[in-house]
Design a protein around this ligand. Structure first.
Ligand code: BES
Ligand code: ZN
Length: 592
């Protein structure tokens, strides 16, 4: 037995599925998927086969041409779920499992019509990263066991299904439903399985890129993301030809718990990116960059998550720099620095979660999630780049992509490859400090610009009476204002808040990074005029990046604590299960 991923029952000594054939019946009334999955091995196999499941009802397991085979579900593990062990008879080339999803399937959020933009039809979306694919499909739910897939998804007539795959056709079933067929010919990690169903329309942005959204938001989405082809071209310049054929995007309802998710051929995005001024498209640059760093070369398990996210943040800022210049990139790194410091503070009593090479046996990867793999990881990548120079690093990246394309690798494999291609570089940047030691290495690269220094100095002069001049207030870009707000003292007075609100018109901002940064300051200051807006945002938006600081800041005063509890009671039925869990943990940490 060899279990290489602490978050999966996958046993590398057993047969490995190469391809899945899925039939998914989406039942909105029952909030359930009736599924059939055929695991294809591509050769004759036999013996025990362990799959991951969580909350699934297993109805039948068969080998086509042979009949039902023996199976048994193991004990429930709170993190992993239940092992499904099959006894596969000799000569088996494929196994078919009929199943239903459970009521609390973490991968799925079922939305009532009121939770959508159009308010007329229900909506379903999945979010499988980190380890939730097993709540949607029984499978070897580890990034090491890559799979191609094809799927047929049946939904009520009038709704559209999209997946992390190419569409191959759709037809009415004749019974009031409609079937959509998909294929993903390239082998992907299971966390990139993805499905969304709703009232959807699309707009073409380039010959290979299109955006999907509800009809009410599709025009705004097409405008916001119009520049995506230019980003694809920049990314190709860094990493080589785009490897997934099409780059489409889906703008989800506001309860989507992340900013973006890099599902191949169909990036999922929060609608909070629709700021109306294209100021938040760095999230698209990030998800696009995952097409190489993450989707093409993948972390072997969540213990090596930094290989996905650290590289991708580095690439995102590289794209940002080529499109918008050095100052814009420096602001991006400054925002990252703030996120990194917040995460280090959050994990100050759990230093083992602040290293890049994680040890996650017995730890839920959603609990270990933070900005550390992103920002500490990106700083290590930047340190390597600075060490060897841009041109050599560029060549290294191309070699890295070629050597590991469509594979899933560990930190050790990465380091061995660097040692081979860039001898001495790891030692020169003190990689060990990033990989295995807590905190930020003292030698980590700093990203400065004159404008960043100005904003920092001005924000730091707040207590001494320093205020931005009227011409600065009108001239700042959204990113500059965001960095300024982030650098203000965390504890402002009510009068301070009133000044900021009046001069920057913060309450009505469409850029959610600015809006939430402001509301967090206002909550910490017990600034009552912001309470209605705080309530609105927390009821509508389920993005965890915003819920954590905002609910956190509401914990500082008795009446904001009461407000937070009241809002959570009203909002929680509309939150995704992951978001609900995060907020509950924030509220539990409030003083009694
Ligand atoms: N892959 C992540 C989202 C994710 C991480 C989902 C862990 C589940 C578990 C995605 O690429 C991401 O990092 N999104 C960020 C965007 C940002 C860093 C630009 C987000 O959602 O905020
Ligand atoms: Zn990412």
């Amino acid at each position: 037995m060899h279990r290489p991923d602490p978050h999966s029952y996958y046993d590398a000594a057993q047969p490995k599925a190469r391809r899945l054939r899925l039939k998914l019946g989406v039942d909105f009334a029952a909030k359930r998927i009736d599924g059939e999955v055929v695991l294809e091995f591509g050769e004759a196999v036999s013996g025990p086969l362990d799959l991951d499941t969580k909350g699934l009802e297993i109805r039948a397991v068969q080998v086509p041409g042979h009949g039902p085979i023996a199976w048994v579900l193991g004990e429930v593990d709170a993190i992993l779920g239940q092992r499904l062990r099959l006894e596969v008879p000799a000569g088996t080339r494929e196994v078919a499992i009929t199943y239903r999803t459970g009521a609390d399937a973490m991968a799925l959020q079922w939305l009532d019509p009121e939770q959508t933009e159009g308010k007329v039809a229900p909506y379903l979306f999945s979010q499988c990263q980190q380890i939730h694919a097993r709540t949607m499909v029984p499978c070897q739910d580890t990034p090491i066991a890559r799979i191609a897939y094809q799927a047929e998804v049946t939904v009520p007539e009038g709704l559209t299904a999209v997946m992390s795959a190419g569409p191959t056709g759709n037809e009415a079933t004749g019974d009031g439903r409609h079937s959509f067929r998909f294929t993903m010919p390239q082998p992907i990690p299971s966390y990139l399985l993805a499905l969304a169903v709703g009232r959807l329309e699309s707009r073409d942005l380039s010959p290979r890129a299109r955006v999907w959204a509800e009809p009410e938001t599709v025009a705004a989405a097409a405008w916001e993301f119009e520049g995506v082809e230019a980003m694809i071209l920049k990314a190709e310049g860094l990493f080589g030809p785009y490897p997934w054929d099409r780059y489409d995007m889906l703008v989800l309802p506001p309860s989507f718990p992340y900013g973006g998710m890099e599902n191949p051929r169909m990036t999922f995005l929060t609608p909070t990116l629709l700021a109306g001024d294209r100021s938040l498209v760095d999230v698209v640059a990030h998800e696009l960059a995952h097409s190489w760093t993450g989707n093409l070369v993948t972390n072997a398990s969540m213990e090596h998550f930094w290989l996905n996210e650290g590289f991708t943040v580095w690439a995102e800022r590289k794209i940002l720099r080529t499109l918008h210049g050095d100052d814009a990139a420096a602001l991006g790194w400054a925002m990252g620095q703030k996120a990194l410091e917040d995460s280090l503070e959050r994990f100050k009593n759990e230093p083992h979660l602040t290293v890049l090479r994680l040890h996650l046996e017995g730890i839920d990867p959603d609990d270990a999630f933070s900005s550390i793999p992103y920002e500490k990881g990106a700083r290590m990548v930047a340190a390597l780049e600075h060490q060897v120079g841009e041109a050599d690093f560029q060549r290294f990246l191309r070699d890295y992509m070629d050597a590991f394309r469509f594979t899933s690798i560990t930190t050790e494999q990465f380091c061995a490859f660097v040692d081979q291609k860039l001898p001495g570089a790891l030692a020169a940047v003190n990689a060990k400090a990033y990989l295995d030691e807590p905190g930020i290495p003292a030698t980590a690269p700093q990203f400065r610009s004159a404008q960043l220094d100005n904003l920092t100095a001005l924000a730091e002069s707040w207590a001494a009476g320093g205020r931005p001049a009227p011409q600065q207030i009108v001239a700042w870009t959204p990113a500059e204002l965001q960095v300024y707000l982030q650098k203000l003292p965390r504890q402002l007075s009510v009068a301070d808040c009133a000044w900021l609100d009046e001069h920057f018109q913060l309450m009505g901002r469409g850029n959610h990074e600015i809006l939430v940064e402001w509301l967090t300051l206002a909550a910490a200051a017990d600034y009552e005029p912001a309470f209605p807006r705080i309530r609105e945002v927390l009821i509508r938006v389920g993005r965890m990046k915003y819920l954590r600081p905002l609910y956190g800041a509401l914990g500082q005063h008795p009446r904001t604590r009461a407000l937070a509890r009241e809002i959570f009671a009203a909002a929680s039925p509309g939150y995704h299960g992951l978001s609900r869990r995060v907020v509950a943990s924030v509220l539990e940490a409030y003083p009694a």
